[in-house]
Structures are given as structure tokens and as C-alpha cells.
Design a protein around this ligand. Structure first.
Ligand code: UGA
Length: 434
């Protein structure tokens, strides 16, 4: 099948390569020429394990190319919209202007029988608003939200948990549904669940899934505060409640909280949406979810101040800049927010990360960075582990003890063994652990 993918960011670049690897003939469209050049050379413009291999494999087969020209979509019969919907400045709502612009640019090139597939996370009502223009061109629109996680994007794209098709009408859209089934034949043949529903439900599935994940994280972080007040251990608590498969252990890792370009934005977008629909109180808990998440960051700064005997003039090493490991994405990164708060409180902060310091220095130019852990920790008066890269999880407390000035370790992700660190002579602290 000939496919165009509009928007080659975190979602679109992986999607374009993924669809090409499934045997389709794909053109990726983006306005950023530098990004297109890198993708054409087989290099992902961001750190995503496995993506370079997929790009090179698809390009070697001749099934993937990139272009800045919308007319290049004309030879495709299916068009995936993968542009971003960031939080609007000064509002909780998502900015759908890139989605609107993508559809406007596609319209002159649509042919009867084409299918436009919306993958971006959008507020309820977006698909119903865009569909008439697309239907007028003789094409159809399916909203097919994407659930891939950064850091696991290749695997998630090729092996999704489920496929959601939001349609205007199951009968009227039967041909478009069949075409999308053909595009996803490899996944459907493997037994991937596919659910067909109306546009508003499909749009809400994505926002509510992310908000539910955020709720789990903030719930366990609220429990961490109770653990701190009572002497309980939140990691043991999470293990114990997570055994119940109605609850599940995933997304119950307490610590500095969630960040990134999706969970924080979607929690807020759902609140904005409920307000627009006149049902604010239905999701008023999301305000608390966001509040708990933000307060984890200041709780960690307070813990650092307590364990280091104040922050003024203290040389602190922050391990991690990315919002999570296996990513160089620093959007709404808890690690960088904490680093900035520490610096604002008078500490001399140096941030290290194996992949994200370049992006971090663009967003937080006032912080100091190094790619090398040794540089960050040597002579430090305290360390904070804020992004749980594997190499930070495996740190040797005895060896590190020789490098630092004062041995204080604050585990903001609850991945280290407190006993091992304390035995090696460290003052050890974490949120929700005695
Ligand atoms: C999230 C969703 O998990 C994807 O399903 C969705 O497709 C994506 O957003 C999106 O909307 O595009 P992602 O932003 O890549 O994916 O990151 P997650 O793995 O969900 O992690 C989000 C944040 O929660 C990270 O900062 C992570 O460190 C934090 N987290 C996660 C915790 O603090 N505790 C946990 O137990 C799990």
C-alpha cells in the first residue's frame, strides 16, 4: 500500500519506518529540512533504540523516503496525520493548529477513495470537525490514536496492544475500515485486538488512557508521602498491592513523578475538555493528579536540602536530564525542573545524562552539563538520581564513595538498594522509603 506520513517527529518518524518495515511504500512529510536530511541519511533526529536500524533497512529496500513537499502525498492512498498537539501557551488545552494545517495541506492532494488516518492526540470533536472537508474530497477519515511509548517506540509500533478505529459511521466507513485493516494486516493476523467505535470515543480513549496512567503514578506518589509520615516503604507497598491483578504493578513506581510531552499535557487537556463540555467536576481529580506530580519535585528539593544540610553553595550532581531513560526527550522533565530548583536555591548544580544534555541545554541554558558521570560526581557534596538509566541503576556505591566530597545519595526513582548504599558509608534518602 502507498502511504504518506505527515509529521516526522517522535510519532511520525517511527511510524513511517514501521509502516515501511511492514512492506508498505512510505513517504514521510515534514517542514523541517534538517530533520528530513537526517532521516534520509538513516539517522533518527532523536534517541530511540532500534529506530536507526529500521530506517536503514527500509531505505535499503527502497520503501521509505522523506520530503518537504505535500504534492508528494498525491501518489499515496492512505495518509497518516502524526503531527504534535502540544499544550497551548497560557491554557490547559491542547494546540490542534498543526493537525488543522496538516489536513488543509493534504486536502488538494486527496483523491476519491483515499483514507486519512488521524494518529495525533486530539480533543473530542476534532475528527467530527475535520471529516466533512475530507469526505467532500471523496476520501474518508478514521481516528486511530497511537499508544507507543518513547524508548520502546519501535516495538510498540510493530506490536501494539490494541488498534482503535474511530469512524464517522461503521457502515458508511466500511471501505476505509477495510483499507486500514489491509495496512495493519501483519498485526491483525497476529491477533491484535481491533476495536471500531465512534469518533468521540476513540478520541477519549487516548486522553483517558494517559490520564489513567498519570493517576496511577500520582496515587503511588501520594502513598509515598504517607509512607514518609509513617515509616512505611512505598516500594514494598507497591509490590504488595500490585500483585492484585485488578491493580497491577506497572506504573506504580513512586519518585519524582511523571514528565514528557504526553502525560502532563494530556492530564491538562482532559480537564480543559471537560470544562468545554460543561462537566468540569467529572474530572476534578485530575487537578490533584497534576498537583501531586508537581509537588513531588519540590519534596525532593526539600529532602536534598535536609540531607545536605542546606543547599547554598553545595556542589550537587544531578544524574539524568531526560524525562525517562532510553530517551533524549527533555520536555517537562522532572529531572531538569528539580535541577533548576536546586540551582535557584543556591546550589552549584551539574547535570549529567548519557544522551539528553544537548536537548537539555537548549531548554535550560543556565544549568551546567556533562555527558560523563565521573565529571559530575567528583568532589560533589550530594548526588540525586532523577532519570533511571541502566548505568545509574548499576552504580557501585563503594567505588563512587572514593570520588565524592560528601557521600549523600538521593534516589528520586527508587531504583537503588538503600542497604547497599548505607553499608558503603552513604547518607541515603528517597521519597517514601525509610
Ligand atoms: C506515554 C504513554 O505511556 C503512551 O502509551 C502514549 O502513547 C504516549 O504517552 C503518548 O501519548 O504519545 P511516554 O510519554 O513515552 O508514553 O512515557 P511513559 O512511559 O508513559 O512515562 C511517562 C512518565 O511517567 C515518565 O516521566 C516516567 O518516568 C514516569 N513514570 C512512569 C513514573 O514516574 N512512574 C511509573 O511507575 C511509570
Amino acid at each position: 500500500m502507498k502511504i504518506s506520513v505527515v509529521g516526522c517527529g517522535f510519532l511520525g518518524a517511527v511510524y513511517a519506518a514501521g509502516m515501511a518495515s511492514l512492506g508498505h511504500d512510505v513517504v514521510g512529510i515534514d517542514v523541517d529540512q534538517d530533520k528530513l536530511d537526517r532521516l534520509t541519511a538513516g539517522h533518527s533526529p532523536f534517541f530511540e533504540p532500534g529506530l536507526d536500524d529500521l530506517l536503514i533497512e527500509a531505505q535499503n529496500k527502497g520503501s521509505l523516503r522523506f520530503s518537504a513537499d505535500f504534492p508528494d502525498t498525491a501518489s499515496s492512498t492512505m495518509h497518516f496525520i502524526c503531527v504534535g498537539t502540544p499544550q497551548l501557551d497560557g491554557s490547559l488545552a491542547a494546540d490542534v493548529s498543526y493537525v488543522n494545517a496538516a489536513v488543509q495541506s493534504l486536502l488538494p492532494h486527496l483523491k476519491p477513495g483515499d483514507v486519512v488516518v488521524g494518529k495525533s492526540t486530539v480533543p473530542v470533536g476534532t475528527a467530527a470537525r475535520l471529516a466533512p472537508m475530507i469526505v467532500d474530497a471523496g476520501a474518508d477519515l478514521i481516528w486511530n490514536p497511537e499508544f507507543l511509548r518513547e524508548g520502546h517506540a519501535v516495538k510498540d509500533t510493530l506490536n501494539p496492544d490494541r488498534l482503535i478505529y474511530g469512524v464517522r459511521d461503521k457502515e458508511a466507513s466500511a471501505a476505509a475500515i477495510q483499507d486500514l485493516d489491509e495496512a495493519y494486516a501483519t498485526m491483525l493476523d497476529r491477533g491484535t485486538v481491533r476495536l471500531v467505535m465512534a469518533y468521540p470515543t476513540a478520541e477519549l480513549v487516548k486522553n483517558s488512557a494517559n490520564s489513567f496512567l498519570a493517576t496511577k503514578i500520582s496515587f503511588i506518589n501520594a502513598m509515598a508521602e504517607l509512607c514518609d509520615a509513617s515509616g512505611a516503604d512505598v516500594t514494598e507497598l507497591a509490590d504488595a498491592i500490585g500483585i492484585d491483578d485488578r491493580i497491577g504493578r506497572k506504573f506504580l513506581n513512586a519518585g519524582v513523578g511523571f514528565g514528557g510531552g504526553c502525560l502532563p499535557k494530556d492530564v491538562r487537556a482532559l480537564q480543559a475538555q471537560a470544562r468545554d463540555l460543561g462537566v468540569d467536576s467529572a474530572v476534578s481529580l485530575l487537578n490533584d493528579i497534576d498537583h501531586i506530580n508537581q509537588s513531588q519535585r519540590s519534596r525532593l528539593v526539600a529532602l536534598a536540602s535536609r540531607l545536605c544540610g542546606g543547599l547554598e553553595g553545595k556542589r550537587l550532581a544531578v544524574l539524568g536530564a531526560a524525562f525517562k531513560p532510553n530517551s533524549d526527550d527533555v520536555r517537562d522533565s522532572p529531572a531538569l525542573d528539580v535541577a533548576q530548583q536546586l540551582q535557584d536555591a543556591g546550589a552549584v548544580v551539574i547535570v549529567c545524562d548519557p544522551h539528553a544534555t544537548t536537548n537539555a541545554s537548549l531548554r535550560f541554558p543556565d544549568l551546567s552539563y556533562t555527558d560523563t558521570l565521573i565529571d559530575a560526581v567528583t568532589d560533589s557534596d550530594g548526588m540525586l538520581l532523577l532519570t533511571e538509566w541502566q548505568e545509574y541503576r548499576e552504580l557501585d556505591p563503594a567505588a563512587l564513595r572514593q570520588l565524592v566530597h560528601i557521600p549523600v545519595m538521593i534516589d528520586g526513582r527508587n531504583v537503588l538498594d538503600p542497604t547497599a548504599w548505607r553499608t558503603a558509608g552513604w547518607t541515603f534518602g528517597a521519597l517514601g522509603r525509610p
